[in-house]
Design a protein around this ligand. Structure first.
Ligand code: H53
Length: 832
């Protein structure tokens, strides 16, 4: 080999400062095409990302090759959302070259933190469900599990949120505008995906009845691969995202007719399929394009999975031994009908065999009990868009109901509840039922949620298949959410217990004994203060509001949704504001209320709550009579990058959903791991957080899920009585209704007040108000005692080890997927 070439080869892999520096300078010129004097921050980001990418490609290929050579069982995580955020810090940290990279940039006169800031935030998801998928990718790679993520390469991620006169306004999120250095386009990996058309019946070679889908429209799915670096950089897995492409022959057909512009228009329309992420979190729009997106990525992924399987196998008997397919919510549930179609129609497998294979291959995670979020596609739409799948679903349903008939004897409602088709009103396909029936395991995402699944949405299915439902409490990756996002605390922890916790978060338990160590407490507080200073600067930049670093940072960051009850929080803020004004001589604990979160663009109530928070903030923040003891901020455009600044800086974590409505929550875990104390209801994973951190180190309030259920069932709740009997609540509501916060439009908040009174207060804001205020008071009182507060904060961090997504993913691997770690073989490294 040419000596120069060889030395470059080695340089590409070198992880030392000199090698990195040389690569940066070379990449800037030869790939980004810029002179160092003219290079912008973005050019440098692309340069560094490309140079870092060089250092993982070999190991990425080794990983893929090892899986292939060992014909390892793979797990395929199908998800319509992957909320991955920025990748540079993550890649550097997981490769273990952050310091070297910082120094190399230093020598060029650049600061790594500035370069990192130039990376767009990949927001290919809405909230918890999408972020969970991203944490799982990190954990699968870290645990050396052969795991692939499959999703859509949206050209526009979740919209950018801005506030204009306090109202949310949405702007397109153009994350790909300047290119994406992490992705590898695979123009040769293309699969056809069909829509519409009709089904033809015919006799196959042995005279059996068979079906083919004809006259359909065709779209191509093209793959883009992003490497997923596990901690330590040993395993590098793949996230494969599909982008829609018009077929070539389709276009040429039109060209021949001379209808050139028409063909181009068609092409654009076809490719709209992967253009934009739907911005609804946990609610379903019923839009045809959404159904097409779901089928598009699911079909492409299944074709890819079968292609990979067929490289080693000549029939499908052992598909379940080689592939586990996890459905992240019902969004890819059409995959059950699609796998049946591929096996039966395309590969000639018999129906019963195909059904056994399908069920043994798929498993399904349910993420919500909210009725409006359970997908149900109109039969008429499904018949039109996916005619063959509709037939297959009818067939699955008929066979299933036939079998269940005997057991359902005497219970007429039961069969109709079990049916895949909801026959009430316009007929709909219940995707949850399809996902349940077509999977061998179905899991919830926290202990409480899983229990409620058994009692509510899937009660009938649970009776039918008592072994199928299981719990997998969510987790978060400690790499991104502590090691990378909170460097002051991470360094402190490592100084005391070593760095084993990064890969094995259970080790963090050893910090518990430091909770009584005054020196450690002091250092813990110092780390928190550093993070709070950083957040305060960010708040000032984003909102222009100055906040006191030593105030209690009370944080509620999550999607805006009525069940999450940001309204309860802002009502308590108003009550506190009133108390402060009434008692100016009292020495108050200064509080900074920090909110952030997006509302679905069509969710008017959530958008009105955003406006209310902004209106209240304006009044409170400008009122000199509270002496800066209370500040309220609503940060715009909450995303993963913002979360990385907010989580480490929080003192108090607001997890105040109406009990029974938040399936798990994962922000609750990020905040507690970073040493925030939780104020919360017994909902979702809060229940388990309390068990781990201890009852004394958390502020629990409010109705339990059971009490909520009883209260709603009895219909005996009158919010007007509750309001009348609570003067501070009444006063807060009166202020809102008389326009104290909206003098320009005193009736602005009528819909909110209406929902809390005549509307019956479905989310029980008034019912929980008084208990919530008491819990808030307890938190403020404790905050006065900084030693005691710090002790509890340390115990939170120390006891959150179980909430690592590594633990969660290993439970999936052993109890659902039967997938095992595979250590990649690295021949290339031994050669050089
Ligand atoms: O999924 C999270 C849970 C959270 C739940 C959330 C979720 C979405 O983000 C979107 C749709 C959906 O059905 C559920 O609301 O409680 O923590 C991950 O499991």
């Amino acid at each position: 080999m040419d000596a120069r070439y060889k030395s470059r080869e080695i340089e590409r892999r070198s992880l030392d400062v000199d090698g990195l520096k040389r690569s940066f300078l070379e990449w800037l010129v030869y790939s980004v095409g810029k002179d160092a004097r003219a290079a912008t921050r973005r050019d440098w980001f692309h340069t560094v990302a490309l140079a870092v990418r060089d250092r993982l490609v070999d190991r990425w290929m080794d990983t893929t090759r090892t899986y292939y050579q060992q014909d390892a069982k793979r797990v395929y995580y199908l998800s319509l959302e992957f909320l991955i955020g920025r990748l540079l810090t993550n890649s550097l940290a997981n490769l273990g070259i952050t310091d070297q990279c910082r120094q190399a940039l230093d020598r060029i006169g650049l600061n790594l933190d500035d370069v990192v800031e130039a990376e767009p935030d990949a927001a290919l998801g809405n909230g918890g469900l999408g972020r969970l998928a991203a944490c799982f990718l990190d954990s699968m790679a870290t645990e050396a599990l052969p795991g692939y993520g499959y999703g859509i390469r949206y050209e526009f991620g979740l919209f950018e949120q801005r506030f204009e006169h306090g109202w949310q306004v949405e702007y397109p999120e153009q994350w790909l505008q300047f290119g994406n250095p992490w992705e590898f386009p695979r123009p040769e990996v293309l699969y056809p995906v069909q829509f519409y058309g009709r089904v033809e019946e015919f006799r196959d070679s042995v005279g059996e009845r068979a079906y083919r889908w004809v006259d359909a429209e065709r779209v191509l799915a093209m793959a883009y691969d992003t490497p997923v670096v596990g901690y330590g950089g040993d395993t590098i897995n793949t996230l494969r995202l599909w982008s829609a492409r018009a077929t070539r022959d389709f276009n040429f057909g039109h060209f021949n007719d001379g209808a050139y512009m028409k063909a181009v228009e068609q092409k654009v329309l076809t490719e709209n399929l992967s253009r934009v992420l739907y911005p609804n979190d946990a609610t379903e729009g019923g839009k045809e394009l959404r159904l097409k997106q779901e089928y598009f990525f699911t079909s492409a992924s299944l074709q890819d999975i079968l292609r990979r399987y067929l490289q080693h196998h000549s029939n499908f008997d052992s598909l379940p031994d080689k592939a586990a397919i996890q459905l992240n919510d019902t969004h890819p549930a059409i995959g059950i009908a699609e796998l049946m179609r591929l096996l039966v129609d395309q590969h000639g497998v018999t129906w019963d065999k195909a059904w056994d294979i399908t069920r043994a291959t798929f498993s399904y995670t349910n993420h919500t009990l909210l009725p409006e979020a359970l997908e149900a596609w109109p039969v008429r739409m499904m018949e039109r868009v996916l005619p063959r799948h509709m037939q297959i679903i009818y067939e699955i349903n008929a066979k299933f109901l036939n079998r269940s008939k005997a057991r359902a004897a005497g219970d007429n409602g039961r069969l109709s509840r079990l049916s895949l088709i909801d026959e009430r009103g316009d007929r709909r396909v219940r995707m949850g039922n399809l996902a349940f029936l077509g999977s061998h395991k179905v899991n919830g995402v926290s202990a409480l949620h899983t229990e409620l699944m058994k009692q509510t949405v899937f009660a009938d299915f649970h009776a039918e298949f008592p072994e199928r439902i299981n719990n997998k409490t969510n987790g978060i990756t400690p790499r991104r959410w502590l090691h990378q996002a909170n460097q002051p605390l991470a360094a402190l922890i490592t100084s005391r217990i070593g760095n084993g916790w990064i890969k094995d978060l259970s080790q963090i338990k050893a910090l518990a004994e430091k909770a009584d160590d005054l020196v450690f407490r002091e250092e813990f507080r110092r780390a928190k203060r550093k993070n709070k200073k950083r957040l305060a600067a960010y708040i000032a930049r984003q909102t222009g509001v100055d906040v006191q670093v030593d105030s209690l940072f009370d944080v509620q960051v999550k999607r805006m949704h009525e069940y999450k009850r940001q309204l309860l929080n802002i009502l308590q803020a108003i009550a506190l504001y009133n108390e402060m004004r009434d008692n100016p001589t009292v020495s108050w604990v200064p509080v900074t209320k920090i909110f952030a979160g997006k509302a679905a663009p069509s969710y008017h109530m959530a958008k009105l709550i955003i406006k209310l928070i902004n209106d209240v903030a304006k009044v409170v923040n400008h009122d000199p009579s509270v002496h800066d003891n209370l500040k309220i901020v609503l940060l715009p455009n909450y995303n993963v990058t913002a979360a990385e600044i907010i989580m480490p800086a929080a003192d108090l974590s607001e997890q105040i959903s109406t009990a029974g409505m938040e399936a798990s929550g994962t922000g609750n875990m990020k905040l507690a791991l970073n040493g925030a104390l939780t104020i919360g209801t017994l909902d979702g994973a809060n229940v388990e957080i309390r068990e781990h951190v201890g009852d004394d180190n958390i502020f629990i309030f409010g109705l339990t899920a059971e009490e909520v259920n009883d209260l709603r069932a009895s219909g005996g709740f009158n919010p007007r009585d509750v309001i009348a009997s609570n003067p501070s609540l009444k006063r807060a509501l009166d202020m809102i209704s008389t326009g104290v916060f909206s003098p320009d439009d005193p009736h602005r908040y009528h819909p909110i007040l209406q929902a809390l009174t005549d509307g019956g207060d479905h989310f029980l804001v008034t019912a929980d108000f008084s208990d919530y205020c008491q819990a808030q008071q307890a938190a403020m009182d404790l905050y006065r005692d900084q030693e005691e507060w710090t002790r509890k904060a340390i115990l939170n961090t120390a006891n959150m080890g179980w909430f690592s997504s590594d633990r969660t993913i290993m439970e999936y691997a052993t109890e659902i997927w039967d997938v095992h770690p595979v250590k990649p073989e690295h021949p290339a490294e031994t050669e050089t």
